[in-house]
Design a binder for this molecule. Structure first.
Ligand code: PHE
Length: 485
């Protein structure tokens, strides 16, 4: 029965899929922006340290947990831990919630790609500003729901094909294509006038404040938790994604090497995405005489307002770059979304197998996507809070909680803000102190001769929990606007 779970066709296929999961919206709008805002090189340095001592270690932990148990995230925790069997539920709740907004944002990418495509074919790129387009799209509830549905249909079509027949196939083509498109956009971005200012914002410590992009530098704890939160989200950790993907991996594959490749590739793409978007956005702002502090360099408005303006004002070739860019973002979003859908689907398929039934992948993926569509419809209708929908915690028209600007923030707070850091804190305690690092090291040593035992044990027992506690504190401080530091 075990063999019927399916598996990756090749190690490269697995790597493409894992990198696909990691490379997503987080890389494109999170990393460059947070890097600039939080002190350029200082942020990069902290990010890299965290990636090596926390990200890489948890990556090995998750992949080995999946491969050892040959089960999705709930099953993996159940069979490994007596004290924390329920953590798996946290790691299945989070991806499900993340999909509520990921699908909507993916839908927006399809919308913008179609728009640039029609501008390319019929002209008219100069018609509307990014800000007008974006607010029109948010207010168009029917359109937002329709594009969200389209995005989920694409995910459904891929996930129903299975691990090697769907997910691996998509990423084998999608990832190299994404890379090539990214290089094209980087070349275009760096050759725009004023691009150097954007590079300095990203790389030079203190430049963001000096040049007036932001008012003041954040404190060290804020930077630490911003870098940590970003790293977790970006590497798809504590979401069950890597446990799930690891559970389909062959015993002979090298988990140490694979983990290192995923971490390096994800960080590299995040950095490249920064060079692709920030200089272009800054260059356009300077050209239009916009004050530095008013240029939107992160979040949805970076993608759908600032960059759309860049393409609109680029002349005849603008829409072509627009199509390439939004397709790139769309591929990044799909390859991440399918890993989230797979976490939930694998859970149901494994559960059926445990009960001695043969799970029907088509049916399971279908119902998972239906459930996601229901929650995503709320986020789509809300249009980032522009359509006056009630948001949890809102009373009598007043926000009594700071996250309540919109449904997307609320969903993000629950998943990225709480479930993710809490889940990985508990995971490191479970591995380090309950089942002991040795249990997973035995698994890691299948296919790898590297002697990483001391490094792994020390990191997972001491460094990871400490870092996680900080990150959790920082995230709570951030999402609840507590201003503790
Ligand atoms: N890593 C993805 C990103 O950077 C998001 C993601 C998180 C995907 C967790 C899967 C699991 O956008």
């Amino acid at each position: 029965m075990k063999n019927e779970r399916g598996s990756w066709g090749s190690n490269i296929g697995f790597l493409m899929a894992a990198i696909g999961s990691a490379v997503g919206l987080g890389n494109i709008w999170g990393f460059p922006y947070k890097m600039g805002k939080s002190g350029g090189f200082t942020f990069l340095l902290i990010y890299l340290l965290l990636a090596v001592f926390v990200g890489f270690v948890i990556m090995m932990g998750e992949l080995s947990m999946g491969r050892k148990t040959r089960q999705g995230v709930v099953g993996a925790y159940h069979s490994l831990s007596k004290r924390f069997p329920w953590v798996g539920w946290l790691a299945i709740f989070a991806p499900f919630i993340i999909m509520s907004f990921y699908a909507v944002l993916g839908g927006y990418c399809i919308d913008y790609m179609a728009l640039n495509l029609s501008n390319l074919a019929f002209g008219g790129a100069e018609l509307t500003s990014g800000a007008d387009l974006f607010s029109a799209m948010l207010a168009n509830q029917f359109g937002s729901v329709a594009f969200t549905l389209l995005f989920l249909l694409i995910c459904y079509a891929i996930n129903r094909g299975g691990i090697s027949g769907g997910i691996e196939k998509f990423n084998n083509v999608g990832m190299p294509a994404l890379f090539v498109m990214l290089v094209i956009i980087i070349i275009r971005s760096l050759t725009l006038p004023g691009a150097a200012e954007g590079l300095k914002f990203m790389l030079v410590p203190g430049y963001a404040v000096k040049a007036g992009f932001i008012a003041s530098s954040p404190g060290l704890v804020t930077v630490l938790s911003a870098a940590g939160g970003q790293m977790f989200f970006s590497l798809s950790l504590a979401m069950g994604a890597m446990i799930t993907y690891g559970s389909y991996l062959d015993k002979k594959e090298n988990l140490v090497k694979n983990s290192a490749v995923i971490v390096v590739a994800d960080t590299l793409v995040a950095f490249m995405a920064g060079i692709a978007v920030i200089p272009a956005a800054v260059s356009n702002g300077i050209r239009n005489g916009v004050e530095m502090s008013q240029i939107k360099l992160g979040g949805p408005s970076l993608l759908f307002i600032t960059l759309q303006d860049v393409f609109r004002e680029m002349g005849a070739a603008g829409p072509l770059f627009g199509v390439i860019f939004y397709l790139l973002v769309l591929i990044a979003a799909i390859s991440s979304a399918i890993s989230l859908v797979e976490v939930v689907s694998t859970f149901f398929l494994d559960r059926a197998a445990r009960k001695g039934r043969e799970g029907n992948r088509h049916k399971v993926v279908f119902w998972v996507c239906v459930a996601i569509m229901i929650e995503a419809t709320i986020v789509a209708l809300d249009g980032l809070g522009s359509n006056g929908l009630w948001v949890p915690g809102q009373a009598g028209g007043a926000n009594i909680r700071p996250w309540n600007d919109c449904w997307l923030d609320f969903m993000d707070m629950m998943s990225e803000g709480v479930a993710m850091p809490l889940g990985s804190l508990l995971m490191s305690l479970m591995i380090g102190w309950e089942i002991k690092p040795k249990t997973l090291l035995n698994e890691i040593h299948h296919g790898s001769a590297s002697n990483i035992d001391r490094f792994f044990s020390i990191c997972i027992r001491f460094i990871v929990p400490l870092a996680m506690a900080f990150i959790l504190l920082g995230q709570i401080n951030d999402f609840f606007s507590l201003n503790l530091f």
